[in-house]
Ligand binder design. Structure first.
Ligand code: ARG
Length: 385
């Protein structure tokens, strides 16, 4: 058997306990036989080499459970469908980038987006928060062109040698920053890899004239995946959007693309009086427009009514499987009409179980935090030690 439970386990003991706990969970949940043999084998490998090599099937299940445990995600009812691209043998930045293109293709699936995670080997990380991000530029006079959320990101990439296009625009796709050792390399996505949807409205032609668009795939690329006590620092994953993310936040927030005043103008709403509820009306039409545009382009997208009802069904399935569903209510409810969804009257505890995805601090070699790039340290990670 593996090490007995200690009250204050050392780091190595904690690794062993996590490994054992995960292997039990894997065999229990998948019905896969052979737990006893696997535990003995794992113990031997941990003892001799200080690491445990997960099989692809184990890692795939662990990544799915990490999604299932993601307290901020309303879409995790699909966790079983997460497809693993097991790329633990890939660590060279060039190859990582080539595989990121493969990820985009596999996830795109002709518009019928698939939930995919690519897990890379040790020593490499993606500093960019998502594979596809739009530049934000500070203009003379202080206004911002593009996505204000990415002002710092854009500056850092420029400091690393990225050259913005001669004609800067509101939707310039940024390069991907890949860190390997103490080096950061930038890779430019080919335009075929970046599928985008132009936003138009089914009944109001003025909406298309605003020139709004968004990318089809949200690929989170800077989170650490923890499975069986092992840390996978380079494990980009993607699903598909819910329209509120784009229409009620990315394009609508005053601190993002701030499109509501322009939209209200285009719709001829009375923007002089708050009581006309022009903001709310513009917001609603933008949500209609985003759903319409993605549908017309044949790109998978969810809406908040269906997604929240599906989440409640997921809770039911989890309860029947004897598992608790934790969540962060403020993230699970949609930013549009939350009280119309079944989540409004429910409450959640925000316990973070593992496997899970966690934020990790990235150190950029450039402003606005001037310090040399820190070597990648995969703490508590038997596989990478
Ligand atoms: N909200 C983020 C964005 O707008 C994406 C987060 C992940 N979303 C998802 N549907 N998988 O880019």
């Amino acid at each position: 058997m593996l090490a007995p439970v200690a009250l204050h386990p050392s780091a190595a003991e904690a690794d062993v306990l996590e490994a054992e706990r995960f292997l039990r969970l894997y065999h229990h949940e998948t019905g896969q036989p052979g737990l006893k043999v696997r535990l003995v084998e794992a113990e031997a490998e941990l003892e001799q080499h200080g690491r445990l090599t997960l099989s692809s099937a184990e890692l795939a299940h662990g990544a799915g459970v990490a999604w299932r445990n993601s307290t901020r995600c309303v879409g995790r009812g699909y966790w079983r469908a997460l497809e693993l691209r097991d790329l633990r043998h890939v660590t060279a930045p060039e190859q990582v980038f080539a595989q990121l293109l493969g990820h985009l293709e596999r996830a795109w699936n002709g518009g019928r987006l698939r939930a995919v995670i690519s897990v890379f080997g040790p020593g490499v990380r993606i500093l960019s928060p998502q594979l596809i991000r739009y530049a934000g530029y500070r203009q003379p006079g202080g206004s911002v062109l593009g996505d204000p959320q990415n002002l710092d990101l854009t500056r850092r990439l420029e400091a690393l040698g990225w050259q913005a296009p001669a004609h800067k625009a509101a939707f310039d796709v940024l390069p991907i920053a890949v860190q390997s050792g103490d080096q950061v390399r930038l890779y430019t996505l080919p335009s075929e890899g970046v599928r985008e949807v132009q936003i138009s409205h089914p009944a109001l032609p003025a909406v298309a004239d605003l020139g709004l668009k968004w990318h089809a795939l949200p690929v989170i690329s800077d989170m650490r995946l923890e499975v069986a006590g092992q840390q996978f620092l380079c494990a980009p994953f993607s699903g598909w959007y819910m329209q509120t993310e784009i229409a009620a936040r990315n394009l609508a927030d005053a601190g993002r693309y701030d499109a509501l005043p322009r939209l209200a103008q285009a719709l001829g709403l009375d923007t002089r009086r708050e009581r006309s509820l022009w903001r709310d009306r513009a917001l609603l039409e933008l949500n209609v427009a985003v759903l319409h545009s993605f549908d017309a382009a044949g790109v998978r997208i969810d809406n908040h009514h269906s997604a929240t009802r599906r989440f409640v069904r997921f809770e039911g399935r989890e309860a029947r499987a004897g598992r608790a569903v934790h969540g962060r209510w403020s993230w699970l409810i949609p930013p549009v009409s939350p009280a119309l969804t079944p989540l409004w009257h429910r409450s959640y505890t925000d316990t973070e179980l593992t496997p899970n995805f966690f934020a990790q601090t990235m150190s950029w070699p450039v402003q606005p935090h001037p310090h040399p790039v820190q070597p990648i340290r995969e703490q508590g990670c038997p596989v990478h030690r």
